[in-house]
Design a protein around this ligand. Structure first.
Ligand code: ATP
Ligand code: MG
Length: 403
């Protein structure tokens, strides 16, 4: 019996070649399987240019919803699988079309032969299948230029797949195909968006959050957990490293002149994030910085802050306006969480007038009174690691155990 019991997946970024392509395909298929693991009957077949999900009776809707968030997929479609044999293809195409509200619509057939030895060429296939559809339906017209329905027939040696509707995928590269990175995640609007965009380019995230109890509340931490959870919708589970930052912030308040506290705070954050990155074998650090947004995000500030490490720092939002960032935040469903009114550690310690053009010599001099290495080491040692699986870590009790 014919049925829409397969999903055909088309890859993004077709420029990936050779050995890279193999890795791309491997990563994509394992990421898809990870997302559909609640549907154990689902099977997957992969080839160099397509992937085929066999539903085996599992419901398509929730699986489609999950696939829309898997990076590396350009588009996908529910598909009818037939034999690579003309009569069967015709039947399959008719079934695929009739399952839709096709009446009064226009259509065309687009055959594609991955199996070059098939007896008919693409034109021959388009005609043969197209006329079969016309003969066996009513109130359906051909429109080659702008059809309402494009009946795509993908002829492969082992089987043929027929689809009538494309669903747009998330694009990008499979998460993990570019390596690991550490996202500095505050409770604000920007950093979750930066994390999402880094994932879109194939980076698998570890997340670091600096937490300053009692100046910041448990609620602020819940925000970060909820944000990290939103990010898991686009990739695997995420390790969230919560760094106790109070001691360092208090030390900075005492030691560093007020207009340089922000610069110093950022430098410590970066140093600690870098240590955690090293532990987790990450290759880069990702932040939500956007040029000129606040005092710490001038180019001069970035120079002074960035001085503490050579690790690549990826700033996906650097050239974006706030409205553009907010649009993405809204789309990925983090905006509402970020807008919750809990203070983060930086808002509380922010000086009235932070330096917008900090000087390296000055900040280095102020920090020379610290045992920086020891302070970083202690913070890293006291860091608490939580695994965010996307299955809702909401128990408030969790925190009582932590601090
Ligand atoms: P966001 O909206 O992400 O909070 P922001 O516009 O408030 O960013 P800043 O406060 O200057 O900008 O922070 C710049 C970046 O530093 C953040 O995007 C984030 O990557 C990192 N950061 C700031 N505070 C923290 C924190 N408490 N924990 C982890 N990372 C942080
Ligand atoms: Mg912020």
């Amino acid at each position: 019996m014919m049925n829409y019991d397969h999903i055909l997946i088309r890859y993004g970024e077709m420029s990936t070649k050779g050995r890279n392509r193999k890795q791309f395909v491997q990563k994509l298929s394992s990421n898809i399987l990870d997302k559909v693991k609640d549907f154990p009957k689902v099977g997957i077949e992969k080839s160099r240019d397509r992937m085929f999900i066999k539903l085996n009776g599992e419901p398509p809707e929730p699986i489609i919803e999950k696939l829309q968030r898997v990076f590396g997929i350009y588009s996908f479609s529910l598909a009818v699988k037939t034999e690579t044999e003309l009569e069967d293809m015709k039947k399959g195409a008719l079934f695929a079309l009739k399952a839709l509200a096709y009446e009064g619509k226009t259509f065309k057939v687009t055959a594609k032969r991955a199996y070059k030895k098939f007896e008919l060429d693409t034109n021959g296939l388009n005609h043969a299948i197209g006329s079969h559809l016309l003969i066996n339906t009513e109130n359906l017209k051909v429109n080659v230029k702008e059809p309402d329905i494009n009946v795509r027939v993908e002829v492969r040696e082992e089987a043929t797949y027929i689809t009538c509707k494309d669903i747009l995928g998330a694009g990008g590269l499979p998460v993990g195909s570019s390596g690991k990175g550490v996202l500095m995640l505050s409770g604000g609007i920007d950093s979750p968006v930066a994390g999402y965009l880094a994932m879109k380019r194939g980076i698998e995230l570890q997340v670091v959050h600096f937490f300053s109890p009692p100046y910041t509340s448990e609620r602020a931490k819940q925000k970060v957990i909820d944000l990290a959870e939103k990010l898991t919708k686009y990739g695997p589970s995420i390790n969230l490293h919560i760094v106790p930052f109070t001691d360092i912030q208090v030390a900075i308040q005492k030691q560093v002149p007020e207009n340089y506290t922000m610069t110093s705070t950022r430098r410590f954050m970066l140093l600690i994030a870098d240590k955690l990155r090293e532990q987790e074998k990450g290759l880069a650090i990702i932040t939500g910085e956007s040029l000129g947004q606040v005092a710490s995000q001038t180019l001069q500030s970035m120079v002074a802050i960035n001085e503490v490490t050579n690790t690549p720092i990826i700033r996906p939002l650097i050239t974006m306006d706030k409205t553009e960032i907010m649009e993405i935040a809204d789309r990925i469903d983090t905006l509402e969480i970020s807008n919750r009114p809990y203070e983060d550690c930086c808002t509380i310690f922010t000086p009235a007038s932070p330096k917008t053009k900090p000087k390296s010599e000055k900040i280095n001099f102020y920090e020379s009174f610290f045992d920086v290495e020891q302070m970083v080491k202690e913070a890293v040692e006291n860091t608490v690691k939580l695994k965010i699986t996307g299955k809702s870590v909401k128990e408030d009790d969790l925190f009582k155990e932590l601090f």
